[in-house]
Design a protein around this ligand. Structure first.
Ligand code: THU
Length: 130
């Protein structure tokens, strides 16, 4: 199954009683395994989690800490880019050249990379003096 199809399918499971905005994310671990995540909202709004965060949590729980590909899909007028926090979360586990596919359910697509989504990212090298 393609990464985009995995994201499309898991999107249907999003728990979004507040925004009604379903997002699906799929990431490919370095092993080749696909991990899926959907957004999970909460009545205490800031406690909701993004689809990307769910996919990353599934990958780490399965024992992988590197990812090689990302796909995100939503029913939006244009492809939805990951929020700022999710860009940092993706960057934790990905090289800058890892491809990211952003898609709408209508078929619009944007191809970008983890590095382009978060230029000048904070990384472990900035803590080299600690
Ligand atoms: N959301 C995601 O899950 N991923 C994104 O890339 C953008 C936003 C979710 C969070 C919230 O549940 C809903 O979309 C509206 O912000």
């Amino acid at each position: 199954m393609s990464l985009l199809q995995a994201a499309r399918e898991v999107r249907e499971r999003a728990y979004v009683p507040y925004s009604r905005f379903k997002v699906g994310a799929a990431i490919r671990g370095a092993s080749g395994t696909i991990y899926r995540g959907c957004n999970v909202e909460n009545v205490a709004y800031p406690e909701g989690t993004c689809a990307e965060a769910g996919a990353i949590a599934a990958m780490v729980a399965a024992g992988e800490t590197r990812l090689t590909e990302v796909a995100v899909i939503a029913d939006s007028p244009s492809p939805v880019p990951p929020c700022g926090g999710c860009r940092q979360k993706l960057a934790e586990f990905a090289d800058a050249d890892v491809p990211v596919l952003l898609a709408t359910t209508d078929g619009a697509q944007i191809h970008t990379t983890v590095g382009d989504l978060l230029p000048g990212r904070f990384d472990a090298g900035h803590m080299a003096r600690t």
